[in-house]
Structures are given as C-alpha cells and as structure tokens.
Write a protein that binds this ligand. Sequence first.
Ligand code: BGC
Length: 446
Amino acid sequence: MPDRFDLPADFRWGAATAAYQIEGAADEDGRGPSVWDTFAARPGAVRDGHTGAVACDHYHRWPEDIALMQGLGLDGYRFSLAWPRIRPTGAGPVNPAGLAFYDRLVDALLGAGITPLPTLFHWDLPQALEDHGGWLNRDTAHRFADYTALVTDRLGDRVPTWITLNEPFVHTVFGYALGTHAPGRTLMFEALPAAHHQLLAHGLAASILHERGLEAMLSNNLTPVEPASQDPADLAAASAYDTLHNRLFTDPVLLGRYPDLSLLGVPDDIFGAVRPGDLDLIHTPGLDGLGLNFYNPTRVAAPTAPGLPFDLVDIPEAPHTAFGWPVVPDALTTLLLHLRDTYGKALPPLTITENGCSVDESTTPDQPRIDFMSAHLDALARATAEGIDVRGYYTWSLLDNFEWAEGYHQRFGLVHVDFATQHRTPKASYTWYRDLIAAHRLYRAR
Ligand code: BGC
C-alpha cells in the first residue's frame, strides 16, 4: 500500500497561516479596521472575548517565524495578505507601510529558500467595505480586482503563484448565513449573493494574474458528503448539502455553470445577483491549481425540522479532534478520487493548502497531531498512486493562533505559542514533520 514516502519526488512541503490569525498589530503603521476587529469586539461573538489585536505578534516576530520554517525545511509557506493593512478603507489610498511589510516578508522568505504562496483574501475584509454591504455588494468584487492589481504590481516580480480567496464557502456560510464569524450576518440562504460576488472577485483577480504572467489558484474547503443511509430522503439531503458546500464553489470555476440550486430552494440567478456574462468571468479554464483545505467528511441526514433541506449528523464511530471534528483520513482519498471523477479534464493540479487538527494543550507529546498528519499524508499518497496530480501539502498551521470564534482555545500549531509571553516552542509534531520532510527528500533522491 502506498504511503507518504511514495509522494512524488518534487512534492512541495509547506505550512499555512492567515493574517488576522497571526499578525496582531491591528492598529499599527496605518492598518485599517477589518470586519474581524469589529466582530471580535462584539460581546459574546468570540469565546472569552478574545480578539486578534495581538495574536502571535507575527507582525514584529516574523524573522523568528521564518527561522522556524527554515528549521522544518519547508519548500513553501502559505500566508495571507491583510487587505486593510495595504488599503485601509478597501478602496481609498494605499498604505505604503502595509505593502512594505509584505515586501520584507517575501524577500526574507526567498532568502531562506522558501517559496511564498500568498492568499489575497482570508476573511479580513476592510470594515469600510462592509459598511457598504461587504460581499453582498457586487462592487466589492471590483475593489478586490483593484487590490489584486496593486499588490501584484509590487510583489509580482518575486511571487509567481497567488491564491485569490480562502474558502468562500466558510466565509459565506459562517459570516453571512449563520453569523458565527465576521461580519456576523444571519441571512441563511439569502447570504448566497455573497458567494457569487466572491466567485466574481476570484474570476476578475485570476484574469489580472494571468494578464501579468502569474499563476492563479483558489483554495476551497471541500468535504466528501456521505448520506446517513440509502434512504431516498437521506440521499436527497446529502445531495443538497454537497451542492451547498462543494459544488456551488467549484462548478462555476471549473465548468462555468452553477449546480442545480433548486435543491436548496435558491433561484438560478441567486436572488438577482447573477448577471449575464458573470459565469464567463468566473469560469477559469486556465486555473493553475485548485487548493483543497481538508479537515473531515460530513455525514448528512434528511431534515428533522423545517428550515434547512438537510441535517448534519456526527460520525460517532470515528475518533474526534479536540475541536470535536471526526478524524477520517480515508475520506481524503475518497475526495480526491471523487474530484477526478466529477471534473475529469477540467480539474487542474491540486495542492492541499490546509490540513491539520487542534490538539489540547495538555496533550503531550502531541501524538494526536502526528497521527492525524501521517494518516492523511498516507491517504494522499494512495490518491497520487492512482494518478491524481497533487503537488504539495501545507499543514494548518505553523503556529497556534487565533482560531476565529474559538479565540485562542483551539491549538492547530506545530509550534506552541504562549500568548502571554509570545514564547514559541516547537511541539513533537514539528520535529516529526521536519524529519519526514528530510526523509522523503532522501528517499526520493536515491
Ligand atoms: C480556515 C482556517 C482555520 C482552519 C481551522 C479553515 O477553515 O481556512 O483559517 O483556522 O480552517 O478551523
């Protein structure tokens, strides 16, 4: 049975983070407020009132963090740029200090032999844009295109590959439908224009990147959906959930059309948001890579109450992470095979742009994370052995960080961060990953 040592010789080993989760320095050097600053200040929005104001203080400690990456022997580092640091109101004047921060970071990464893989948007929308409707306003897609152009003017000479958006599904559903993430809107299915406008932003940004000879990727959170039983009602519910979580965010980009949204009771034009020509803009036949953020599969049953067309149910036979998420590594192989079967030649090369788990701080020596990563990498190798083109793996996350609505309670890092002192301590999973990267390189070079 293929395992992680059978991953391709040129496989890229990486780690991932995101700006609001690690940078801190929320009010420094001209950064504008983001929706997450506003949301986290709302009583009860984030567990224990935590905010990202300081986070891992990466804005000041990035040299130490790059040294940690070098210690791992990473090929690549995925991070996100804070739009409100670069353009504080989202549309007005550019903040030179913000651009200069990422300029220094990119140079230092390159100097350390690590390829930067920036994400342009990982949920920290400038609050000034939210004040005009945020992603519910079509204009935000055009402001994102402007921001893409100005950032790539500055960094495109050194950064060849860009991820446009992180997980438009999670941002739409948690941020605009359920309100558990910023900006805290509770619109249920009427949130879906925010999804369309993010996809439009992706399409506009991908064209800008391509015009400049740069590569464009999109990172989607994807989950294999399993019906709770073969009962037709459970099968229909699973199909509705698959449409919402997976197909809505992947079909338009790879196939140039939306899936059948009537399964969700949503009109084809997504409440008037879809205009003629939009799908041509969103369709990205030359997408250079699809990023997959994979955490767990989802089991779905027929709804037990009016409202949603599905119920999400637990997978009780699986172990669970500290966050309570089921651990089912085989589901990663299933997902990759399913993507190939669904999209065929339209599927671009894949990269795992996030995968990892939260482990309780008191669990030493961090064995659950090592088990999680090794099982998922073996599952990945089983898919690459079937001919699926997966180019790299970016573990989530380099550092313990601000885990959105959970504040600092869920620890996803290979490096422990003491948030009182900012002291960083590599965990056993750090040493394990370092040794795996080195061993894989040796093994493949034989
Ligand atoms: C997000 C990360 C987040 C991780 C763990 C992903 O959905 O992109 O920002 O920290 O999952 O919840």
